[in-house]
Design a protein around this ligand. Structure first.
Ligand code: GLA
Length: 445
């Protein structure tokens, strides 16, 4: 990846200035192309082994659930056959513990020969033949977190080349067993090495999670130039507490995190655990809604072979996915925390639409939350319509000043896709009426 310098021209006169503007416009285009690999213009979607299947390598006693080519072939088949692929869930991603304990004689990483008898290339070929993509895992350090061979600085080029030769489409590069200095050198170096292979390989960096996730230790401008997504925070576990701690951390730090995400470079709050053991129905709907508000990658880590119908419905909700995949790629924010333990999240979307989530942290009973769009900073110059993302119900004729009530279940959400249906004034007035200081404005695009 090259760094672009926007040199100033010194031509005089208006024609010359136009030319200069045009030329610097071209330079900007060239710069953007040089800094990005063009991948993941919307948050990536797919499946990732880790949270559900961990480092289970016991294929003798647990052949269906161990980290082996069978598991990935099964998931490729499920994604291809059960309607996931068409919705955008196209990555099948291997995580830790796929490797043999040692590199081969040429120093190349190899898959465990017993658990992956046909090797990773065959798996990638199979995923591609079914219209899917294959992701792999490596670790910038002496070992992976699970104790398998790491990618030290001197191995970066070789490993990037190996992944490209196998036809891999994405790399998650973890950061166990490495120092701050090695990470500062290694993450950009791997970006360059992946680019140099000529194969488009999306790049997920765990770097910020190892440095506390916040500036000044983390440079998000640099990350956005070299990585397509990055883990900011600790590992998700199969529990509601884990979800809450992630939501709390992302919300508490949203002033830093919200602006750094966008097309081609996303914050990653970690996998979806819907379909596993730790979440109730309401909590599963909440994770899906909150991850969507964060413009988060949607990597399911669950057993797609045994998924319940209700979990499938949550994960395959079309309007939810449309919102997650909105082309503007603007991350949402928590805009209100009520004393009643209701929180409101807002995400601006294309075509002047917005997504709203009313989230209950209560533990008593369904709560009747009354508010109005003007309390949420929407302009009074339009009439709105909302579609409830889970029930599909339409609420029309919403005026900003008028109160409405949503009923939010304990640890659950109500989620709306909201759009203006009629402007009472010219749309440009909407923008002018809301100076930045008034808060996060859905029309301020
Ligand atoms: C780290 C990562 C996890 C997973 C494990 C594998 O903890 O953050 O997502 O990849 O390593 O060992």
């Amino acid at each position: 990846m090259s760094i672009c310098h926007n040199k100033k021209t010194t031509l005089g006169g208006s024609r010359a200035m136009k030319l200069a503007a045009f030329v610097s416009g071209l330079a900007l285009v060239a710069c953007a192309l040089a800094l990005e690999n063009g991948l993941m213009r919307t948050p990536p979607m797919g499946w990732l082994a880790w949270e559900r299947f961990r480092c289970n390598i016991d294929c003798k006693t647990d052949p269906d659930n161990c980290i082996s080519e069978k598991l990935f072939v099964d998931m490729v088949d499920r994604l291809a056959d059960d309607g996931w692929k068409e919705l955008g869930y196209v990555y099948v991603n291997i995580d830790d513990c796929w490797m043999a304990k040692k590199r081969d004689a040429a120093g190349q990483l190899i898959a465990d020969p017993e658990r992956f008898p046909h090797g990773i290339k065959a798996l990638a070929d199979y995923a591609h033949s079914r219209g899917l993509k294959l992701g792999i895992y490596g670790d910038l350090g002496t070992y992976t977190c699970g104790g398998y061979p790491g990618t030290t600085l001197d191995r970066i080029k070789q490993d990037a080349q190996t992944f490209a030769e196998w036809g891999v489409d994405m790399l998650k590069l973890d950061g166990c067993y490495s120092s701050e200095e090695v990470q500062a050198q290694g993450y950009p170096k791997m970006a360059m090495a992946l680019n140099a292979t000529g194969r488009p390989i999306a790049y997920s960096c765990s770097w910020p999670a190892y440095r506390g996730g916040l500036p000044p230790k983390v440079n998000y401008t640099l990350l956005a130039n070299i990585c397509n997504l990055w883990r900011n925070y600790g590992d998700i576990q199969d529990s509601w507490n884990s979800i809450l701690s992630i939501v709390d951390w992302f919300s508490a730090n949203q002033d830093v995190l919200q602006p750094v995400s966008g097309p081609g470079h996303w914050n990653d709050p970690d996998m979806l655990i819907i379909g596993n053991f730790g979440l109730s129905y309401e909590q599963s709907r909440s994770q899906m809604a909150l991850w969507t508000m964060l413009a988060a990658p949607l990597f399911m880590s669950t057993d797609l072979r045994t998924l319940s119908r209700s979990s499938r419905e949550i994960l395959q909700n079309r309007l939810m996915i449309k919102i997650n995949q909105d082309p503007l790629g603007i991350q949402g924010r928590r805009v209100l925390q009520e004393k009643a333990r209701i929180e409101v999240f807002l995400r601006p979307l294309s075509h002047s639409a917005s997504a709203l989530v009313f989230f209950s942290r209560r533990t008593d009973m369904p709560y009747r939350y009354t508010t109005s769009l003007s309390k949420l900073n929407f302009s009074a110059s339009a009439v709105y319509e909302a579609q409830d993302v889970y029930s599909g119900g339409i609420i029309s004729g919403l005026k900003a000043e008028e109160n409405f009530t949503v009923i939010v279940n304990p640890s659950g959400v109500v989620m709306w896709y909201l759009y203006p249906t009629m402007y009472l004034e010219q749309p440009w007035n909407l923008v002018r009426q809301h100076p930045q200081e008034k808060g996060f404005n859905p029309f301020d695009l």
